[in-house]
Ligand binder design. Structure first.
Ligand code: ATP
Ligand code: MG
Length: 414
């Protein structure tokens, strides 16, 4: 029955998946904290305008991918497709300008009505950071360094490449934009329909087109570096020097663009060749005009977002397994009551403990193996009378007597 399947492009996170997700977000949160980013959570839905204004009505997300609905009060709401807009909205709503610069980390679900395929979901999860209120290029360096440190902590930095570009300041971008419009207009008959539509409103996005014909034209298109003014060149130079000082390698990629006007200066992505076509794991950049575009005070910002599903796939088997429990195995009525108490003692001491209550001894030991226990704590009437239990380590079958009044110490895995 279709209703009993998850909605297309969504998935259940069963314990192994959930552990991998938690591993990614917990490590990321810890590393972000060492860089001074504190966690925030904004609502998973916002007024549609929050996204319509910030993502621009020509972006893929707004034109095709938003989950928008009218609620019972007649408000148009949208499930967040990304979290930068929500964090910036929160910055304005909470009057945080007086505390700027602020540094935030987030982790949570995002929603986009995309064509589902490997690595591309309709409900997916992102971690991200935003540094709001700092116009200096060192803020860009700090944000990138934090992303890189998270990839290192996850053990996957060596599987990724940092691609880096600059979109310059407003003047540079306008000059470049004009050059692109002129160039592509001269070849308009060879452009895909989608790129024709973008030509006037969002010509930078053509550089990003996946259409064969477009790509050929793009190969000979004007390059941004020829249109950068000295201020923009300086800004980018400082970013590169900062990365050099930190030993963070990068590959310059002049095709790395963001289509919207408030994106400026640094644009970057950490990409991998290990995930096929969906190779971008972390994407970010500077968005100095975004908060103003939303209706707030003119405030610069820089940040990135990374897909937890893609990070988890890269982390793969390196994610920690579940703790192996001690299984308490009582034999006899008196022992059953003692088992409850013994398990509580272990649990209170932070040791994962389970019971095996049903069937004969053989069946109970089978259960212990099934839940991947490292030890069985066997309680029999004889032992009980003497105030002890048998602790059997399951990997080697060795057994030793342990005192019931000092169980927690005896059952710590050595
Ligand atoms: P793409 O060009 O792949 O569509 P995008 O520009 O839409 O990427 P961003 O909005 O920059 O991606 O999102 C940042 C990161 O979030 C991506 O690099 C990816 O890891 C993850 N991500 C984005 N969309 C999805 C999705 N539909 N399913 C899973 N992860 C996603
Ligand atoms: Mg996309």
């Amino acid at each position: 029955m279709a209703e009993l399947q998850p909605v297309r492009g969504t998935h259940d996170l069963l314990p192994d998946d959930m552990r991998a997700h938690r591993h990614v977000s917990d490590r990321a949160r810890d590393v972000a904290a060492t860089h001074g980013f504190d966690e925030v959570a904004t609502p998973i839905f916002e007024f549609t305008n929050v996204f319509a204004r910030t993502l621009g009505d020509t972006s893929d997300v707004v034109t095709k991918e938003m989950y928008t609905f009218e609620d019972k009060g007649g408000d148009m709401l949208t499930l967040r497709p990304e979290n930068t807009a929500g964090v910036c909205r929160a910055f304005i709503s909470n009057g945080l300008a007086q505390h700027a610069p602020v540094k935030y980390f987030y982790s949570g679900p995002m929603f986009r009505h995309e064509r589902p395929q490997k690595g591309r979901l309709r409900q997916f999860h992102q971690i991200g950071v935003e540094l709001i209120g700092a116009p200096q290029p060192l803020a860009d360096v700090e944000v990138i360094a934090c992303g890189r440190a998270i990839l290192e902590a996850l053990g996957i930095a060596d599987n990724t490449v940092l691609e880096l570009n600059t979109l310059g300041d407003t003047d540079s971008r306008q000059a470049y934009r004009a050059a692109l419009v002129e160039y592509f207009s001269g070849h308009i008959d060879k452009l895909s329909q989608e790129s024709k539509d973008r030509l006037e409103r969002n010509p930078l996005r053509i550089l990003d087109s996946k259409d064969e014909g477009d790509r050929k034209l793009v190969a000979d298109a004007p390059v941004f570096s020829d249109y950068l003014n000295p201020e923009s060149v300086d800004f980018f130079g400082t970013v590169k020097e900062g990365l050099d000082a930190l030993g963070i390698a990068y590959r310059l990629n002049t095709r790395l663009v963001r289509g919207l006007d408030y994106y400026c200066h640094t644009a970057f992505e950490f990409t991998t060749e290990m995930l096929g076509a969906q190779g971008t794991v972390m994407a970010g950049g500077r968005y100095d005009g975004l908060i103003e575009q939303l209706g707030g005070p003119s405030t610069p910002g820089v940040g990135w977002a990374a897909g937890i599903e893609r990070l988890s796939m890269l982390v793969g088997e390196q994610a920690p397994a579940a703790d192996r429990p001690v299984v308490v195995v009582p034999m006899g009525d008196a022992a059953e009551r003692q088992a409850l108490v013994s398990a509580k003692v272990l649990r209170d001491a932070g040791i994962r403990a389970e019971y095996a209550f049903s069937g004969n001894m053989k069946k109970r030991m089978k259960h212990a193996n099934k839940v991947n226990a490292w030890a069985a704590l066997i309680l029999g009437d004889d032992e009980l009378a003497r105030g002890v239990a048998q602790l059997k380590t399951l990997d080697d079958g060795e057994q030793r007597e342990v005192p019931l009044d000092d169980l927690a110490a005896a059952c710590h895995r050595g």
